[in-house]
Design a protein around this ligand. Structure first.
Ligand code: MN
Length: 449
């Protein structure tokens, strides 16, 4: 359902939005939450070029009044949750209104331009925040290539468990430790057992890794006991953002059986600052992953003709790294991998429907991580565990350093964008985090030593 907002010919009066290669042309209009340098209060913002439309200021100036008081109030609130509660239809109305406001050739745009100093602010003058108050965070395992590669390392004889092609595998993650892109990541401590014949020990993780993921931000709500039919699942997805599910592999390999990941992942998770709406992604929809001959079909509750024909997203995803030594030598970040979100075995709609299939209520502000995005090629592996084959084939950096896992001072940068003939290229911005030395152990721990 393409509409006037997707027209590649649209131009904005915010000049930087018209530059080729920008992640945030007027055809994108992703949502985030930011803070001005002069005020603590968070505000909803919409990215446009290298600027942000301040929705609080624009609403106060009457720019969204025609959308009615509910939407107008939601745009003046402290997080995206009010808009997420209203749902997809209202979010689509806001995006259309923002498109008209920021276009050069509309009456709304000509008026908004006179308010420029009040409603537009440069990204270099604001701080970004986590885009929503995330109530619950669930992380899936939707790449069959990632599941197979990792499975081979731990179970060479049976890499893929028998449930994989039937059940979208996931675990409940931790919402409190989700941080926004740019926040430093402290190396975690944990219990590890490097020597099979010795008892485990507690200490710094020596195998810290990133996981390249895309996350879906949930809107609307289903009551406990109500399921979300697959054909209606996308009404419950506001948009997508980048996500880094930092993972301590040494902690993970010792703790994960029998209940799955726990402290190996709950220390920090980084989200990108900008949520690209499903509406903006409309020109880049693709068929769901084609299951190879011989694979079972998904069970009926996960199988919908519409989802199969357009449940995928053509998003290119890249991982870049810059170590402290590279930084000191003035070497730029280097790309570690490149892949596509189209390689995922399960669609985002299937993940959401499966999550609700037992009657679990999903609420506005819930976040669903896709799982590590790895493709079939070696250079499309979305974590170091896979790229460096669990340390057997370390990655060499331009500084001459080798990496099996992350070192203190390493900065990891994810990028994501959509580009195809006949549509304006749109992007997700970046999701970055630098590894810092671990915090000192607490005085209480010191005393008990
Ligand atoms: Mn993950």
């Amino acid at each position: 359902m393409l509409d006037e907002t997707h027209d590649p010919a649209l131009r904005s009066w915010v000049e930087s939005a018209n530059e080729p290669g920008t992640d945030f042309p007027i055809q994108n209009l992703p949502f985030g939450v930011f803070r001005h340098d002069f005020e603590e209060r968070p505000r909803v913002g919409i990215a446009i070029g290298d600027q942000v439309l301040d929705c609080l200021a624009a609403a106060r100036a009457g720019c969204f009044a025609a959308l009615g008081p509910l939407i107008d109030d939601a745009l003046q609130s402290w997080s995206l949750n009010a808009l997420l509660t209203l749902g997809r239809t209202d979010a689509r109305a806001v995006r259309l209104a923002a498109s008209k406001l920021l276009r050069a050739d509309t009456a709304e745009g000509r008026h908004a331009q006179t308010l420029r100093d009040a409603i537009i602010v440069g990204m270099d003058r604001i701080g970004m925040l986590v885009p929503a108050e995330i109530g619950d965070y669930t992380d899936f395992y939707a790449s069959i290539f990632h599941a197979t590669n990792v499975g081979k390392m731990f179970r060479p004889d049976a890499p893929l468990l028998p449930n994989y092609k039937y059940v979208p595998i996931g675990y409940h993650g931790r919402a409190s430790s989700i941080v926004v892109s740019g926040t430093p990541v402290r190396r975690p401590r944990g219990q590890t057992k490097p020597d099979a014949n010795a008892p485990p020990a507690y200490g710094l993780s020596k195998s810290l890794d990133y996981e390249l993921e895309v996350a879906a931000l949930v809107c609307g709500e289903n009551a406990i006991g109500e399921t979300v039919p697959i054909a209606r699942a996308e009404e419950r997805i506001f948009g997508l953002c980048l996500l880094n599910d930092w993972s301590a592999r040494d902690v993970q390999s010792w703790e994960y059986q029998p209940l799955g990941p726990f402290l190996a992942k709950s220390f920090t998770t980084t989200v990108g600052a900008w949520v690209v709406t499903l509406d903006a992604l409309e020109p880049f929809r693709t068929a769901a992953f084609a299951r190879p001959e011989g694979d079972p079909a998904a069970l009926d509750y996960l199988n919908d003709a519409g989802d199969q024909s357009r449940g995928g997203f053509g998003i290119t995803l890249e991982v870049w790294i810059r170590s402290a030594a590279m930084c000191a030598a003035d070497l730029p970040a280097v790309r570690l991998s490149s892949g596509s979100f189209e390689s995922m075995y399960w669609t985002v709609a299937q993940l959401l429907t499966h999550h609700s299939s037992n009657g679990c209520n999903l609420k506005p502000g819930d976040l669903l991580g896709s799982g590590t995005v790895s493709g079939p090629e070696k250079d499309s592996r979305g974590c170091l565990l896979e790229l460096a084959s669990r340390g057997a084939e370390p990655v060499t950096l331009p500084s001459g350093e080798a990496r099996s896992f992350l070192a203190d001072g390493d900065e990891i940068i994810f990028k994501g964008w959509c580009d195809r003939e006949g549509a304006a290229r749109i992007g997700f911005g970046e999701c970055r985090g630098e590894i810092r030395v671990a915090p000192a152990v607490s005085s209480q721990t010191e005393r008990t030593k």
